[in-house]
Each structure stands twice: as structure tokens, then as C-alpha cells.
Design a protein around this ligand. Structure first.
Ligand code: 5AD
Ligand code: SF4
Length: 434
């Protein structure tokens, strides 16, 4: 009888994408996917350990699943699998039946067959220098946006980050293969693609770099919006910013992780730029394209960060005025250079205090920037026919990735409408269709 699999996904967009790959691999190999946990014979937890101490949460989930249905088979996928390897299978009191790392998903059908046949625990956590899954078409959710992983892994080794260890070395897909996928997605009705990679602008395939790839994708007939995430400030050539400015279907939006604003901390993080170089890059981007929306990631309380050094981060945030920022407390990750070399010595209290202060500053900036748009006309791509608050409202995004809420008329998902902005909070705009 066909075995039914339930997949639960934690963490970043790459994990969501990987779960789509896994679903496709399994359904091609005589397994079925169920969205209902209670109906599953096999449960897979696709884990993330970038920021979270995922372990506890995952161990609790494993116990819960076994308690509900003792004969369920449970597997751990993703970062935790590569991080803890077979320790997960050996851990006393924890009933995990198989583990597979991010480069081993094609072996899942074989692992599962062996497990079902022999009852013996199975694992594959080998990291590959080549696997890009370019031959697998992910089983995507319907919508207007399709994610496409164009590269995997990371070679940067920021000292706080576990990704180079859990996801291995950088490797990029062939650009022509990506373009073919985009063409197919347009045929299927997707309006937008988001190019995805741990370090997306380090993309390199033979002579093709990231700018070349974005240009090729932008040339695909019918693709209305192109976004990408997550880039590193070190890979921002002028030609990329110019291309984004020239092409209407490449969104005017850049996510540029700052991480810290102090040179000593940036150096300890191995970020390879200084505060001034980051500020100069922002200046260059805005001089080429004043409309470019900028968002960022920031880590507070990196080992030894002083109040004075934190003030440098505040200074960059105030000078740049990001449209939005994701602000995190430093959290020590096993195996990273920071964990091995620098004791996590900034107290939890100080981290909390800094995060509150910086969030307050950023919230004010986000609100101010949104309020400045009141009265303007924006083009909105409709994404949802209801909002969290109301069935009578719809929502979409501007080119700069701002969420706009509109009253419901007869728009459909995927329509582009022009609207006048009549209200603003720090996260959303309110508009009326013109
Ligand atoms: N602690 C806190 N934040 C982290 N990030 C990555 N590793 C850590 C860590 N150890 C954040 C960075 C990165 C984002 C995806 O997660 O800001 O850009
Ligand atoms: Fe982690 Fe740095 Fe690589 Fe981003 S660039 S995935 S933060 S090591």
C-alpha cells in the first residue's frame, strides 16, 4: 500500500523550497503526500538551526508525534541532520527512524524502502559539492510567486553562521536550465519569481555571474516581477544595480544584511566590509536609483560588543533609514568559529535591551517612510483575496515589496492595479484603486 508522508517545515525560505523538492521526489517514487498529520505513516521534520535552538522544539515534536501514533516513522531533514548526524539516531529516549541532510533528498526513497523492509534506522548526511537539484521540479503551492533556488551553500564563513557547515559549499545551477524553468513557470501562470540562494549574488556558472543570470531571467517573455534573496554586500557590482534600475520587471528592492555597524565587530564576524564601505555602497545604490527600497538583517550582542559599538549600529540604521530591518539577538551556534573562539559574553538582559532600543528606532523610520507615500500612486500586484483582519479586503505588494491593503472589488489574484495610498502604518499601506 502507498505510504503517506506528512512534511513539517521550519525556518527559512530555502527550507520551504527544499520541502517542495522532497514532495516532488517522493511522489515520483510511489509515496503520497498528505497535509493531515494524523493520516501519515511517515512524518518528516525539515529543520533549521540558523538562529533557533531548534533541538528542544524538535525533540518535543518527536515525542508528541509518537505519543499520538506510536507506529509513525519519523525522519529529521535539513540543518539539524547535518549538525548532529547519527547522534540523533543514537540519542536515548528519542525515537527517530531516519535522517537526511540538505544534499541527500534524492536518496530518501531508497532510505525509506530500506527502513520499511528491514526496520533498521537509516541516514545520509553527506554534503555534496555538486548537488543543485536542477533536474527536480519542486511541487509548488499555487500562487503568483514561485521560488527558484539558483545556488546552494555558502563559502563566506561569517563566524556566527552555521550555514556553511549545515549546507556545505557554494554551487550554482546552469543559467539555461533556470531560464527554462522560468519559462515553464510563466506558462503555469506565475507572475513573479524569487531567485533564492544562501548567498544568492555569489552565483557563478562558467562565465555567467549573477547579473548575467538576472538579465537572462528578465528577458523571459511574460515574467512580470523578479526578486532575489539573500545577497551579501560584498557582491554588489554597479552593473547589477544599473540593470535593476533599467529593467521594469526587476523589482526595486534590495535586502542587504548589515549584521553590525562597528568595524571591530564586523571584522570579528568576518563580514569583509567596514561601516564606511557599507555606507558608501548604500550611497552608490541610491545615487543610481533613488527609489531602491532597502531592508537588512542585524545581529545584536555579538561576543564582546560594547554599548559604544552598538551605537555604531544605531548610527548606520539612522543614516541609511532602511525601509525595514530584521533584528536578531546573537545566538551561539554549535561548530561555528564564533562559538569556538568567542565566549557568548553579552548578557541576555543587554541583548534584550539593545533589541528593544533598535526596534524602536527602526519602527519610527519604517512608519515615517510609509507615511511619506500617502498621496502617491502605486502599482500593486494582488496576492490575497482576503486579509488577516477582513474578508472584505484584499492585499498585494508594490514593486518595493510594501504590503498594500485595498477594499475588495472584482480583482483577481495576479492582477496589477494602480492605487492611491490613503493611509500608512509601519508594516502596511492602505490604498484605493484608481
Ligand atoms: N545569531 C543570530 N542571528 C543569526 N543569523 C545568522 N546566524 C545567527 C546567529 N548565530 C541571522 C543573520 C542572517 C539571518 C538569516 O539570520 O542576521 O542574515
Ligand atoms: Fe551565513 Fe554569512 Fe553565508 Fe549568509 S553569507 S549564509 S550569514 S556564512
Amino acid at each position: 500500500m502507498t505510504k503517506k508522508v506528512f512534511i513539517e517545515t521550519y525556518g527559512c525560505q530555502m527550507n520551504v523550497y527544499d520541502s517542495e523538492l522532497v514532495k516532488s521526489i517522493l511522489t515520483d517514487n510511489k509515496f503520497a503526500i498528505t497535509p493531515i498529520e494524523d493520516q501519515a505513516d511517515i512524518v518528516m521534520l525539515n529543520t533549521c538551526s540558523v538562529r533557533d535552538n531548534a533541538n528542544r522544539k524538535i525533540y518535543n515534536r518527536v515525542h508528541e508525534i509518537k505519543q499520538k501514533k506510536a507506529d509513525s516513522l519519523i525522519g529529521i531533514l535539513g540543518c539539524m541532520a547535518t549538525n548532529f548526524k547519527t547522534d540523533l539516531l543514537d540519542k536515548k529516549g528519542l525515537k527517530i527512524d531516519f535522517i537526511a541532510g540538505p544534499d541527500s533528498y534524492k536518496t530518501l526513497p531508497t532510505l525509506l524502502s530500506s527502513l520499511l523492509k528491514t526496520g533498521e534506522k537509516q541516514y545520509d548526511v553527506t554534503l555534496s559539492e555538486f548537488e543543485t537539484y536542477s533536474d527536480i521540479s519542486p511541487s509548488r503551492k499555487d500562487g503568483i510567486n514561485a521560488w527558484i533556488a539558483i545556488m546552494r551553500g555558502c563559502n563566506n564563513f561569517c563566524t556566527f553562521c552555521v550555514v556553511p557547515y549545515t549546507r556545505g559549499r557554494e554551487r550554482s545551477r546552469d543559467p539555461f536550465n533556470i531560464v527554462e524553468e522560468v519559462k515553464q513557470l510563466v506558462k503555469e501562470g506565475y507572475k513573479q519569481v524569487t531567485l533564492l540562494g544562501q548567498n544568492v549574488n555569489s552565483y557563478k556558472s562558467d562565465d555567467y555571474d549573477f547579473t548575467d543570470l538576472v538579465k537572462m531571467v528578465s528577458d523571459v517573455e511574460g515574467i512580470e516581477r523578479i526578486r532575489y534573496t539573500s545577497p551579501h554586500p560584498k557582491d554588489y557590482p554597479e552593473k547589477l544595480i544599473k540593470l535593476m534600475t533599467e529593467r521594469d520587471n526587476i523589482c526595486n528592492q534590495i535586502h542587504m544584511p548589515l549584521q553590525a555597524g562597528n568595524d571591530r565587530i564586523l571584522h570579528k564576524m568576518n563580514r569583509t566590509y567596514t561601516k564606511q564601505e557599507f555606507l558608501d555602497l548604500v550611497k552608490q545604490i541610491r545615487s543610481i536609483n533613488p527609489k531602491m527600497a532597502l531592508s537588512t538583517d542585524i545581529i545584536l550582542g555579538f561576543p564582546t560588543e560594547t554599548e559604544e559599538e552598538f551605537q555604531d549600529t544605531i548610527d548606520v540604521v539612522k543614516q541609511v533609514e532602511f525601509d525595514s530591518a530584521f533584528i536578531f539577538k546573537y545566538s551561539e551556534r554549535p561548530n561555528t568559529r564564533a562559538a569556538m573562539k568567542f565566549p557568548d559574553d553579552v548578557s541576555e538582559e543587554t541583548k534584550k535591551d539593545r533589541i528593544i532600543r533598535l526596534n524602536d528606532i527602526q519602527n519610527e523610520i519604517s512608519l515615517k517612510k510609509n507615511e511619506a507615500l500617502i498621496g502617491s500612486t502605486q502599482e500593486v500586484l494582488i496576492e490575497e483575496l482576503k486579509t488577516k483582519k477582513s474578508e472584505n479586503e484584499i492585499q498585494g505588494r508594490t514593486d518595493c515589496n510594501r504590503i498594500v491593503i485595498l477594499d475588495k472589488n472584482d480583482e483577481k489574484i495576479g492582477d496589477k492595479v494602480f492605487c492611491k495610498i490613503i493611509g500608512a502604518s509601519r508594516n502596511v499601506l492602505k490604498g484605493i484603486v484608481r
